[in-house]
Each structure stands twice: as C-alpha cells, then as structure tokens.
Design a protein around this ligand. Structure first.
Ligand code: NAD
Length: 317
C-alpha cells in the first residue's frame, strides 16, 4: 500500500494561532502521517494560543483518526517580519505583547529550534499580513506595500535562509499562495497580490539555490478561499465579507462545486513535503477545486448562452 509515512520527521510550522487556518490543517495532516510538529506562533498571539489550547478550546479539532490527540513538541514565539534582534524597532520591543518575550526573530528561532531538536526535516510557511489589505493597490502607501512584502513574502526567503542549513538532506519547505498573485482579484489589496506574486517567483529561485546548496525542495500551494481568521480580516462590502464572496464565487464557477476543505490543502502539503514528492521542486500546486483554470465566470450574466438547465457545462456533480 502506498501511503504517506512521516514517522521520525520533524516539521516547523510557522503561522498557527488557532484551529481555523491552513497552518493548523497542514500541521494536523502531517501529524496524521506520523510527523512531529514544532510551532511558530506570531508573538502577540502566543499567549492566547497556548491558553486556548490549555483550556481545551481546540480539543475537537485535535482529534486524529487513530483516536489520539494532535500534540506539538514545542511552540515558539515568532515575528517573521524580523530577521535578527537589531531589526526590531523600539516601539515593538516596548509593546506589552512583546515585552515578556526575549527571542522571536527568525534567526533566533532557527537557532533555538536547532539547539532544542538538532536537524529537522521540513518547514511550513503559513503566514501573511498586510496592514493596508483593505485598500486597493492604487491607494496603498509605500510603507503598507513594503510591510505586506516583508511579512508575507520575504519572511519565506528568510525562513529558508535560516532553517536551510538545519534541514536534513531531502528536506523540503512549502508556503501558501493565492490566485490573486497572477489574476486580478478585486478586494485583495494592500500589496498582498504583489507579495503572493513574489512568493511564487521566489519559490522557483529558492528551489534552484537551496536545491543545489542543501539538497532540499521548495514548493508553494496556491490554495482556494478559506474562512480563516486572516481571511476574515480582509474586509467586507456592507454585510458581505470578501472571503464569503470568494467562497461563493468558487462554488459557482470552479470545475468542482464542492466545498473546499482545509484538510484537502493539508493533505496536499503532506504529499508535497513527503518523499513521495522527491522529484517535485519549484512548483506552484493549485489546491482550489480547479477555479484557477477558468478563464470566465460562468455565472456572469454575459455567459447566459451557456446557462440553462439543459447545459451540461453548468450541471453540478
Ligand atoms: P490564519 O489566520 O490561520 O494564518 C495567518 C497566520 O499568520 C496567523 O496565525 C497570524 O498570527 C500569522 N502572522 C501574521 N503576521 C505574522 C508575523 N509577522 N509573524 C508571524 N506570524 C504572523 O489564516 P490563513 O488564511 O490560513 O493563512 C495562512 C496562509 O494561507 C497565508 O499565507 C495566506 O495568505 C494563505 N492563503 C489563505 C487563503 C484563504 O482563503 N484563507 C487562500 C490562499 C492562501
């Protein structure tokens, strides 16, 4: 039987602060495959995450198919906008949600994970942030744009730089992108579309450089819309949120009209990281019910020629 077996593998998953997002789904799928999980949680959310975990708020989501509970080896504070302590501005240092925490920059956490666990196998980048995400690109400031690129795209380059030497040969890294990197998705603003385009381009260049340097693979999943905490923050027009529109749009227009489950992205991530994908690197893998393949929105009134009960193009499975 061909199965994903990650027993003995260790993974650093950056970008989990609750059980609603892709980071959680990926970590859980990797745990299902037997991997051991190390978490990086955004520094200001670390306390709430660990308290919620301890209070049992994630217990239902922690159930694994073998009857055990999903556990992590250790959770570290992480602010992926900073590479080293001297990058951290005074106002962040003094912020009360950072004040109690000593080490949270990417270089420090890579070093700490190395000291605590030695070499690991995989890294997952499941984080993004754009302070001006609600603004169209035309209204985005330089600082907003650069902040989006810094925390959503360069953070992956930095993670690979710092964890690369600490990954076993045959290791791999993945990140998560969105179709707005290559097609216009109104509402996905603040330079996030640009950051995702950079993330996908960097995946190819890093695949080459890190493949030659450390023998590791680099891939990115372009995931479909999910109602995560970050996605809910993108904004709304009146009562309808951006993310709900995107979910409805995909259901109306994608080749597959079923719901997209975060677990499906988790399973694709487990495959991409695993030795089953040992010849796959530099790839953007779409896990989105196929919506990326469409050139038109079939539910547009302009497509009425293709609409109608007798038309198989619109028949749902
Ligand atoms: P999420 O809220 O679960 O994850 C985003 C995480 O990023 C949060 O845990 C947040 O705390 C963390 N974060 C933000 N800034 C950070 C920083 N500076 N340092 C460290 N962590 C930071 O939401 P999600 O939607 O599952 O996002 C995970 C990834 O999936 C992101 O890259 C996102 O762009 C991508 N993605 C999401 C969707 C979607 O529809 N939700 C679609 C495609 C791709």
């Amino acid at each position: 039987m061909l199965k994903i077996d990650l027993k003995g593998k260790r993974v650093f998953v950056a970008g989990i602060a609750d059980d609603q997002g892709y980071g959680w789904a990926i970590a859980k799928a990797l745990a299902e495959a037997g991997a051991e999980i190390i978490i990086g949680t955004w520094t200001p959310l670390l306390k709430i995450f660990t308290q919620s975990w301890a209070a049992g708020k994630f217990d239902e989501s922690r159930q694994l198919s073998n009857g055990k509970m999903f556990e992590y080896l250790k959770v570290y504070p992480l602010d992926a906008s900073f590479d080293k302590p001297s990058d951290v501005p005074q106002e962040i240092r003094e912020n009360k949600r950072y004040a109690d925490v000593q080490r949270y920059t990417i270089s420090e956490i890579a070093e700490d994970v190395g000291n605590d666990f030695g070499k690991i196998d995989y890294i997952v980048h499941a984080l993004a942030n754009a302070p001006e995400v609600k603004k169209p690109l035309l209204e985005t400031s330089r600082s907003g744009y650069l902040a989006a690129s810094s925390s959503s795209a360069y953070s992956f380059v930095s993670l690979v730089q710092h964890f690369g030497p600490r990954l076993n040969h045959g290791g791999a890294a993945i990140s998560l992108s969105y179709i707005a990197s290559e097609r216009v998705v109104p509402g996905y603003g603040g330079g996030m579309s640009s950051a995702k385009a950079a993330l996908e381009s960097d995946t190819r260049t890093l695949a080459w450089e890190a493949g030659r340097k450390w023998g590791i693979r680099i891939n990115v999943i372009s995931a479909g819309a999910l109602r995560s905490r970050a996605a809910r923050a993108i904004g709304s027009a009146g009562a309808v949120s951006f993310i709900d529109c995107m979910i409805d749009y995909a259901k109306a227009n994608a080749p597959l009209t079923k719901d997209l489950d975060a677990e499906e992205v988790g399973q694709a991530a487990a495959f991409l990281l695993s030795p089953l994908a040992s010849a796959i690197t530099g790839v953007t893998l779409y896990v989105d019910n196929g919506v990326h393949a469409m050139g038109v929105a079939v539910d547009s009134p302009a497509m009425r020629v293709y609409q109608g009960e007798e038309n198989p193009a619109l028949t749902t499975a």
